[in-house]
Design a protein. Sequence first.
Length: 271
Amino acid sequence: MTTLLEVSDLRVTYPGRGFRARSHEVLHGVSLTVGQSETLGVVGESGSGKTTIGRAVLGLVAPSGGTVRFQGNDITRAGRAERRALARDIQVVFQDPYSSLNPALTIGDILGEPLIVQGSGTSEARRRVAELLDQVGLPKDASQRLPREFSGGQRQRVAIARALAPAPRLIVCDEPVSALDLTTQARVLDLLVDIQRRTGVAYLFISHDLAVIRHVSHRVSVIHRGDIVETGTAGQVTTAPEHPYTQRLLLAAPVADPAEQRRRREARQRL
Ligand SMILES: Nc1ncnc2c1ncn2[C@@H]1O[C@H](COP(=O)(O)OP(=O)(O)OP(=O)(O)O)[C@@H](O)[C@H]1O
Ligand SMILES: [Mg+2]
């Protein structure tokens, strides 16, 4: 498989907040790769550094060490012009479907304006917006409506359509379904998988939820306090994890069966 994204020995340090607060390193040398048309799941508990990895890939935080390579090019410290060009290839979908869309713009403008800025004519942009709405399973007339007229799941479909607009090679998905109910989660995840099959886009898929990660990922990296502790195929990592931390994470995932829940609670106490 051709490597699309290669993160090597990535370190990120955040400055301390407040008087004499010490800066602290939150990523201690993270390495991972995402292949073309592949989904790499990154799973770990809250505060482990998942979002920070995504931010470093998107150029929203400056690493203190290590490199980020995209299609073989070092983009760790890409300048503004280079970032603007990269935005065609690397897109993002965030967790919160309520704050990530401008409430004053129609869906047609949200999806169409970036296309026009990038040089499409109005009729070409309109055609592309219709195509994008169709791709994410939204009705054609959605383009005349405002974000508040849509449910959380539908808004996340709009956010996905916006990310797909420039036909990127990689989408960073940071907890894209965590704000949605379970049924809607499953539908949106199936949509992402389906889009990947049709377009060949790759995902760096970040979630704290092992069930979600298992549903979409080809491979999985487990992060614990700023270190990747285990990487393997989704099947391996989510059924027969090697690292004790992943074993605890797996046992902590809720299950419907009370007997199984009890067995896991006991197993967890033994670890
Ligand atoms: N802008 C910031 N300034 C200072 N510290 C930060 C900043 N952003 C995150 N941190 C700290 O960095 C660590 C990693 O945060 P990060 O948001 O990457 O974790 P996460 O795994 O995405 O967590 P969650 O699952 O809650 O989203 C945490 O300890 C967090 O408090
Ligand atoms: Mg996060």
